[in-house]
Design a protein around this ligand. Sequence first.
Ligand code: GLA
Length: 383
Amino acid sequence: MKEKLRAEFIERHKIEPEIIVRSPGRVNIIGEHTDYNNGFVLPASIDKAAYMAISLRDDDQIHLLAKDLNETFSISIPELKPIGDVSWPNYILGAVAQFQKKNIPLKGFNAILTSDVPIGAGLSSSAAVECATVFALNELLQTNLSKIEMVLMAQKAEHEYAGVFCGVMDQFASVMGKRDHVIKLDCRSLEYEYVPFNLDGIKILLLNTNVKHSLASSEYNTRRLECEQAVAWIKEQQPEINSLRDATEEMLDKYVLPKDSLIDQRSRFVVQEIDRLHKGCNDLVKGDINALGKKMFETHNGLSKMYGVSCKELDFMVDLVRNNDAVIGARMMGGGFGGCTINLVKEDAIDELVDMVKTAYEKEMELPLTYYIASIENGTSII
Ligand code: GLA
């Protein structure tokens, strides 16, 4: 990947790229839709990543090439703003804009981007690009930002240039990931702990429904508002409550359920999911992987029936493996409405399982099934 990208850069720009940055996609074991509720998540960066070869220019021009799409895009720094239909430049431009907002003197640059994080699969392909850009510019402009500052800038890029009011999980996992570990992240304080995830004979299998989550951004923002509404109702009676992180099911019974049963279901899922994450993380630490797996299925049920972010293809995929002895746990992953399920699977049964799922899924859903075995690799770095 690195050599090809370097060669491409030299051919196009007639100079060596100053640096090549790799920034990975992520999985999340448990703790979904909890990050923007100030809760906890348990993600990890994976072996699929975005790669950016980049060199500064002497003027204020930004010249971009998305190698996989064979699309180019150019803009000058004073004209920087989110662009309409074309999506990929926004992730880069949004990251650049964060430097501008911090009054960091910018320079133009040439960049070539390539990625093997599947797009729209719930593996944070956009966060990978945002983080690669922030990391690269920090290096080239010698800005000395901390990794956490870079995470927050990449998250802002998604808010401001992609219009998705995401939590901090994806960008945090991409930048901070550590080989063979998951990150238990407190999304309120940003304190975190690496938990070893090296399960003998068990692999992370991602099954891609190939349903692109087009609904995701609008519904995602709606879920966020629904959670905020629940907090506002609780707060009327208990002013010390600032997020669902601090709420209990008793509070929901008293202050939310009587007002709106849908908002009750949404917020109850989040309260339960934060609790489930703590217990699931303890299971992992104790080595009780079966107990963790069971909780992943519970998370799926909650995401589907209470939080309303699944779809028939994701439900079908989880139901297919629910009673399979080789599958420890499975659930939809990420924002929802399509993308991948994450499955913890006994290694020696993967081939057979994939054959079974592929045949059944393609027949019933009339969509192709693709799959990846994800390994946990380090976060963003210069390669
Ligand atoms: C998307 C967002 C994350 C998180 C997940 C759901 O991936 O970018 O911040 O909210 O959905 O857990």
